[in-house]
Design a protein around this ligand. Sequence first.
Ligand code: AQP
Length: 329
Amino acid sequence: MRIFSGIQPTGAKHLGNYIGAIREYVAYQERGDAFICVVDLHSITVGHDPRELRDSTVSVAALLFAAGLDPERSTVFVQSHVPAHAEAAWLLGSVTSFGELRRMTQFKEKAERQEFVAVGLFTYPVLQAADILLYDTDVVPVGEDQRQHIELTRDVAERFNSRYGETFVVPRVEVPEIGAKIMDLQEPTKKMSTTGGTEQGTVLMLDPPDVLRKKLKSAVTDSGREVVRGPGKEGIANLIEVLSVATGDKPDAIEARYADGGYGDFKADVADAVVELLRPIQERYQELRGDPAELERLLVRGAERARAVSAPVLERMVDRMGFVRRPSG
Ligand code: AQP
């Protein structure tokens, strides 16, 4: 089974990115062949600082390895190192309609926050479809916010296949059962987000333990004292999901354990569990950042593998679409 997913090198990665996506990538490598891409081409669709982009690309790659992606089993690479992505996106632009892109909720939300709305922000899902389809992907593990984009990728693949003949594997989306949408700790009706969330409500994977504790202990809850999920209990439900992922205990068992014991002990336990969850990742991250030559070596190797797998798929596209065969060499 081939797995593909992408992660942007923007901002500092947060607990939502870890729980909804990165942790899943690591788990999937037990089930199949994982291609995980640091999508730097996507990240320039909103204003960016070139110096920051360079550093955050390396930082996100280091975080992926630190979280448990094994370079012997999985292919971690940088999107711009494989030019086929940009080329395939152009080709797929001709089988994607303006109306489809206009319906994308992420575009509408992000465009509202931009002074300058780039065309690239609008066509972002086409590049995402190219990323996925170039690897004959079976499964795309993502958080809930990406579901609509993956559905579009499926539609684009099916349209291409019916217009030009079987070319693409039509991938399916998988979101985790628990943690597909981690909420902002201060505004628990909104998802935790790099650009759209509150600073105190966004738990960063690299926050030091005291900051993690402070953010988690001051999470907004409600005026009750019951540790249960339910209407009006978004804050508590979010913390139950976080604790469930961090400890491996089922949400029902967590509810039973804390029953109506009040929120104080519960929040303190969530904070401890998150500190312990992130501690080994933070340690490995620091080690990797101390060895830039090794990181570069891993990314060169990832790009070589990614090019080898995507090149024949691009060839297939070009051929089926009727372009004159390229001179080899
Ligand atoms: N709150 C979340 N809960 C669960 N999963 C989430 N993801 C993002 N937010 C949550 C998943 O993380 C993966 C990588 O997403 P990305 O590369 O788009 O990262 P990001 O841009 O940092 O994500 P944000 O925070 O959502 O940024 P904004 O809102 O600024 O674009 C994806 O699989 C995503 O589903």
